[in-house]
Ligand binder design. Structure first.
Ligand code: PLP
Length: 379
């Protein structure tokens, strides 16, 4: 099936390697997270804690840290024994949730453009993907279209805020409307909150599970890789009501069975870091966001202001290309920089056509160099 072909990231990374391009395509930081987390992982290996299969649902220590994190930041009361599951990255947890909660031919509503793994995930669960556009000049979720997309076959809304690739954060009013639609139609919500700590001033993240009537129908997903800048460690988790988490646990243990023991120790430590870690992390990224956004705006791109995530999206229609895909295919040879078109995250290419996503989770010297190259190549 089309969904299971090689991703755009493979194509663009190959192209990047060929021409020695700066890769602002893939979203991973080029500096590691806190040394203290590395020390905990190394100690766990050296001391022989976590070198053998950890418990399938996650180390009790990590489940407790996840529950405490949900309490500290969101006031949620989560039972670490029955309402948490740990997996191999947010990706595996999302896949397990889709496979356990979606039956064949159930409809899964997802905002378009979407994070690329959703399409394959829904298809592997034998569900049907129903896209709802994010549109207008600010790429906001079209909530009338969401309501109109619901049918008797709709099972689940797959939500992602802060949103990849657009970089927007759903407003309280938008979240409340999604919640109302879910409740009115008795739907489940799978809330991918991989960027829960990556929001910028004025755009604070709120888990939809905190809204009235939502805890009981929501599976909330977190990513240690994104929160602590260790994307290679692949530790993620989900929280939610007992019955939903029990279902996710069953499928998840048949996928990777257990996930990286030593890194689970490190993530438990990370989740217990003081609030300053999380605010400093955001402040550092805000500087990088401002640097890249201002540079791209200077070059003549229309910017969709980043409210969260580590991506900035731009409209490239002023640059003489039919769409973002054509622009991104030319960009590495023309300028030595790689970016990713929104189009590849859409069923309906017209939704994403003029937009391109740039990652700013890179050292400022790298961002400066990328802007220099763009200035020279696009001149
Ligand atoms: C990176 C990302 C994930 C996957 O997280 P992992 O923990 O690396 O599996 C999930 N959702 C979104 C929106 C992401 O950007």
């Amino acid at each position: 099936m089309g969904e299971h072909t090689t991703s755009i990231f493979a194509e663009m990374s190959t192209l990047a390697a060929e021409v020695g391009a700066i890769n602002l395509g893939q979203g991973f930081p080029d500096t590691d997270g806190p040394q203290a987390l590395k020390d905990v992982a190394i100690a766990a290996i050296t001391d022989g804690r976590g070198n053998q299969y950890p418990p399938p649902n996650g180390l009790p220590l990590l489940r407790a840290a996840i529950a405490e994190h949900q309490r500290r930041f969101y006031g949620l009361d989560v039972d670490p024994d029955t309402e948490v599951v740990v997996g191999t990255g947010a990706s595996e947890v999302i896949q397990s949730a889709l496979m356990s909660l979606v039956d064949e031919d159930d409809e899964v509503v997802v905002f378009e453009p979407w994070f690329d793994i959703y399409a394959a995930g829904i298809s592997l669960a034998r569900g049907r993907r129903v896209g709802v556009p994010m549109n207008g000049p600010g790429l906001r979720p079209d909530l009338d279209a969401l309501r109109a997309a619901i049918t008797p076959r709709t099972r689940l809304i797959l939500l992602n805020s802060p949103h990849n690739p657009t970089g927007i954060v759903f407003t309280p009013a938008e979240l409340a409307e999604v919640a109302r639609i879910a409740i009115d139609n008795d739907l489940l919500v799978l809330s991918d909150e991989a960027y829960e700590h990556l929001w910028f001033e004025g755009h604070q993240h709120t888990p939809i599970a905190t809204l009235p009537g939502m805890w009981e129908r929501t599976v909330t997903v977190g990513s240690g890789g994104k929160t602590f800048s260790f994307t290679g460690w692949k530790v993620g988790w989900a929280t939610g009501p007992v019955e939903l988490i029990a279902a996710v646990r069953v499928v998840r243990q048949h996928l990777s069975y257990v996930s990286s023991g030593p890194f689970q120790h490190a993530m438990a430590f990370g989740l217990s870091l003081p609030d300053e870690y999380f605010t400093d992390f955001r402040a550092d990224l805000a500087t990088k966001r401002d640097l890249l956004s201002a540079g791209l705006a200077d070059l003549g791109f229309r910017i969709i202001p980043t409210e969260g995530t580590y991506f900035v999206s731009t409209d490239v229609s002023g640059f003489g290309y039919v769409d973002g895909l054509a622009f991104c295919r030319d960009l590495p040879r023309r300028t030595g920089v790689v970016a990713i078109p929104h189009q590849v995250f859409c069923d309906d290419p017209s939704i994403g056509a003029p937009f391109v996503r740039w990652a700013f989770c890179k050292r400022t010297t790298v961002l400066d160099e990328a802007l220099d190259r763009l200035r020279a190549g696009l001149a």
